[in-house]
Design a protein around this ligand. Structure first.
Ligand code: 5GP
Length: 198
């Protein structure tokens, strides 16, 4: 029997909702998940490691990659470009491993068009006020204007929630991680049932 193909999980939701912490936890607890490290033209933050958090590239390199068709999706977020490697998303499931993407909503929409087999999960904040509070606390060294612009984007992004397979409200980290683990387990069980039936 051929090796079971891996699944594609897409985690999206407004910036500051806690996607990073959730995905970090999931990856630590689940050895069958592989994180797709995005490419970005955004300047690296102090704590970020090239090749781990992102592949940091120049706009010129990014645009060349777009022209070469290297991205499954890419989007402009607040003036910076972010993209998902097509090769990684195609090759990893062939090894029987599940891929997890952590991307903003426009990119998730593109993935939905190209990969309708993906499992699309929207992470929502308990409220927009709480989201603003969390983002200010994180203080990425970005100015007030960027924070406000990100909040504006967040409001627009929230309107997209209904297009997702699942919406999970991130109130308590541990509760949300457990909920995501349940969703992943259920999808794996479903895949097994489908492939056994064929
Ligand atoms: P940040 O600058 O805070 O790291 O990321 C800004 C937003 O871009 C976040 O919502 C993040 O999830 C999203 N993002 C990160 N990588 C990608 C990607 O490859 N594609 C898209 N479309 N969005 C991404």
């Amino acid at each position: 029997m051929p090796e079971q193909r891996g699944l594609l999980f897409v985690i999206s939701g407004p910036s500051g909702v806690g996607k990073d912490a959730l995905v970090t936890e999931l990856l630590q607890r689940d050895t069958r998940l592989r994180y797709s490290v995005s490419y970005t033209t955004r300047p690296r933050r102090d704590y970020e490691i090239n090749g781990v958090h992102y592949n940091f590239v120049s706009r010129e390199t990014f645009e060349r990659m777009v022209a070469e068709g290297a991205f499954l999706e890419w989007a402009d977020y607040n003036g910076n470009l972010y993209g998902t490697s097509l090769a990684f998303v195609e090759e990893t499931p062939r090894m029987g491993l599940d891929v997890i993407l952590k991307i903003e909503v426009k990119g998730a929409e593109t993935v939905r068009q190209r990969r309708p087999d993906g499992i699309f999960i929207f992470i929502a904040p308990p409220s927009l006020e709480e989201l603003a509070r969390r983002r200010a606390a994180r203080a990425d060294g970005e100015g007030q204007e960027t924070l406000e612009r990100r909040q504006e984007i967040a409001r627009e992004e929230m309107a997209e929630a209904e297009r997702y397979d699942r919406v999970v409200v991130n109130d308590q980290l541990e509760t949300t991680v457990k909920e995501l683990q349940r969703i992943i387990r259920a999808e794996r069980a479903k895949r097994l049932r489908v492939s056994n039936a064929n």
